[in-house]
Design a protein around this ligand. Structure first.
Ligand code: IVH
Length: 669
């Protein structure tokens, strides 16, 4: 294929892929199988690999992420990002209606929308292409999170149709659907990280992640609800939303244009009940004057538009009796106090348990066993206790004593300075910790030994066959066959699954062995940086800090892991049993150590690659990328408009300044 043909093919494929993305993610009506879709994307990526300078900033290949942002640049909003006035009562809402009618007369239409509980975003388009995605920040300026925004499939990178304005902004909300939220939290708990409190926090945390590939994996969603620009040709808000839908944006399907407050109250009532059936969180309803002419007449206050208001639902609350508190032990030994409640109906479900999080929260609530407590379901999935009704306290209510010993193994609990949680330190002998580690090891994203589920692990553990992940590879068919519920067929499946896991690539083995704080992404980074378990286990904290995104806590956790004699014994056994302990030849081929030991600063604008791509190339070739020039900097890769302060400093420190061309030669030679 020559370059001309490639250009044509890239354009055709990109268009086709984005159309499928739109149908799948914005309209929820796919017209192609996942398999065929992946084929198209693979084809595009392979052509782009042959002709890297034909890769466009709005290519669908950009959606898989990969670019690392060390620090998000601040960007100024062209139009300030203000928020809405809130109301909590029907009276206040009627006052809003009265004010509107006073200003524009009685002929008013209201657009009622759901108030998505996520993170506000401003999307800037020029000539039909996404230029920038900026968070609200302080309303005047926010973080430029464009690289991460590009991974969100329901946000168009290039617009469809032709009648969009040359320049405009779309405001919307980035959110995480409830199902995805649960998956993310499960994965976090799995690697010993604090789960996100609610979907909103997880969305805002995700948007600010440095690694866009991880953002892509998290599967954020979006909804667009406001258009801004000069001389837009619409007369109503609903018209403008219809228009952006046609250009490729995902807009809410739950919008109604209504006349009169009775109808508006009806909409609010309807969603107050139905909101719990939605696959995402909302925290209220937004009511907007539909006519843009009327909007203009009403104008803005210093803080919010006069033509719109948010009706917020009160967090639902119920009172019930606290019967007892139990203490749960997680895979990493973290102790979670859980309240056992007299069952009570809350937001459509019966609640029997609520998290009490940790000892500080219990102290702060001052709660006693037997108390009547208030339970709330706000943005959270797991209900929480928000207060105590002291007036109802029985005379025999018992104060809560946080346990001092592990309820599972009896070990004395520890609580590190500054940490909120009590932890059972008996990682190697505490049953839920042992079983949890084994479950993590065999998990789908780790060694993928599907035939060995939680119940099987429990069974083997009880039969004294499993004490740690290494024991899995010593299991024999004739040991497990006699066990209850293990038939010939399932025994064979288990042994087969264990055998097959020996082909799982190194980066997943590294994830599976369960080093604290090492999730999938970090495992991958470590695997590609060190290339083998043997090199990794010799690495010092200093050496580990060279890997992008690895900080002190993670580095120390790795060193501690390999300093432990029992861990080493298990790791050695796994090696003997033939698990993959190094990258495959094909994986290594994509990497080199040409830049090993060299530290780079990338500054300015480049012609052949984006800044992020250059950073990626540095890391793939074993170099280290840093943000600021110091005596340790080996080279500055300088593009156009390099920052003058950096240039000055580089000259002072005598750091070599090289061009993009020089850099590419360096890694190609
Ligand atoms: S309209 C100038 N519509 O709620 C008006 N906002 O406190 C722009 N939100 O900042 C906002 N759903 O983050 C609008 N359907 C919706 C919304 C919505 C959620 C958020 C948004 C906004 C905040 C208002």
């Amino acid at each position: 294929m020559d370059k001309k043909e490639a250009e044509k093919e890239i354009e055709k494929l990109s268009k086709e892929i984005e159309e499928h993305n739109y149908k799948y993610y914005a309209l929820s009506s796919p017209s192609i199988s996942d398999f065929d879709f992946d084929k198209l994307l693979e084809k595009l990526i392979s052509i782009e690999k042959q002709f890297p300078d034909l890769v466009k900033t709005d290519s669908p290949s950009q959606r898989v992420g990969g670019a690392i942002t060390k620090e998000f640049r601040q960007a100024k909003h062209k139009y300030p990002m203000i928020s809405l006035a809130n109301t909590y009562s029907e009276e206040e809402l009627s006052e809003f209606d009265t004010r509107v009618r006073k200003a524009v007369g009685d002929d008013v239409e209201y657009v009622c929308e759901l108030k998505y509980d996520g993170v506000a975003i401003s999307l800037i388009y020029q000539n039909g292409k996404l230029q920038q995605g900026i968070t609200r920040g302080d309303g005047v300026q926010g973080d430029d999170v464009t690289t991460n925004i590009k991974t969100i499939k329901s946000i168009p990178l290039g617009l469809t149709g032709a009648n969009y304005p040359k320049e405009f902004e779309v405001r919307g909300e980035i959110f995480i659907p409830l199902k995805t939220f649960e998956r993310i939290n499960k994965e976090r708990e799995d690697i010993g990280e604090e789960p996100f409190a609610n979907p909103r926090n997880s969305a805002s945390g995700t948007l600010k992640m440095q690694d866009s590939a991880e953002v892509a994996r998290r599967k954020l969603d979006s909804t667009a609800y406001y258009v801004l620009g000069e001389n837009l040709p619409y007369t109503s808000h609903s018209q403008s939303i219809e228009a952006i839908k046609g250009w490729g944006f995902k807009v809410s399907e739950y919008v109604e244009v209504l006349k009169g407050m009775d109808a508006v109250h009806g909409f609010i009532k309807k969603w107050e009940e139905k909101r719990h059936d939605l696959p995402f969180d909302i925290d209220g309803i937004v009511i907007k004057v539909n006519s843009l002419k009327q909007q203009k007449t009403l104008g803005f206050t210093a803080k919010s538009p006069r033509w719109a208001v948010a009706f917020k639902y009160k967090a639902e609350r119920a009172a019930t009796k606290l019967n007892s508190i139990s203490f749960q032990v997680g895979r990493t030994g973290v102790i979670t106090p859980v309240a056992n409640l007299e069952p009570v109906l809350l937001a459509g479900t019966v609640v029997k348990r609520a998290s009490l999080h940790n000892a500080d929260i219990i102290d702060k609530l001052g709660v006693r066993i037997g108390d009547t407590v208030f339970v709330e379901k706000g943005g959270e999935i797991i209900p929480k206790i928000t207060g105590v009704d002291i007036s109802m306290r029985p005379t025999d209510a018992l104060p809560v004593h946080f346990i001092t010993n592990c309820p599972e193994c009896g070990a004395e609990l520890v609580r590190e300075e500054g940490e909120a949680h009590h932890v059972c330190p008996n990682a190697k002998n505490c049953p839920p910790q042992i079983k949890g580690k084994i479950e993590h090891f065999v998990g789908r994203r780790a060694m993928n030994i599907e035939s060995m589920g939680g119940e099987t692990i429990e069974l083997f553990y009880k039969a004294n066959l499993l004490h740690n992940i290494g024991d899995i590879y010593n299991l024999k068919k004739d040991q497990i066959l006699p066990l209850d519920r293990i038939a010939e067929k399932s025994a064979a499946n288990i042994i087969e699954g264990i055998e097959a896991s020996k082909n799982v690539p190194f980066e997943r083995v590294l994830f599976a062995i369960g080093i604290k704080h090492i999730g999938e992404t970090t495992a991958k980074k470590l695997a590609f940086y060190f290339k083998s378990m043997d090199v990794l286990r010799q690495a010092t904290v200093e050496k580990l800090l060279e890997v992008s995104d690895i900080g002190e806590v993670v580095a120390k956790s790795i060193v501690d892991f390999f300093a432990d004699a029992d861990n080493l014994q298990i790791v050695n056994l796994l090696q003997q049993k033939g698990l993959k302990f190094e990258l495959g030849a094909d994986e290594i081929a994509a990497f080199s150590d040409k830049l090993q030991g060299k530290t780079f600063v990338v500054s300015g604008v480049f012609t052949k690659h984006s800044r992020d791509e250059i950073v990626n190339l540095i890391e793939k070739n074993g170099g280290k990328n840093t943000g600021s020039v110091s005596a340790k900097t080996s080279y500055i890769v300088a593009g156009e408009n390099m920052g003058p302060a950096k240039l000055e400093k580089a000259k002072k420190l005598n750091v070599a300044i090289i061009s993009e061309e020089d850099f590419l030669n360096m890694i190609e030679s």
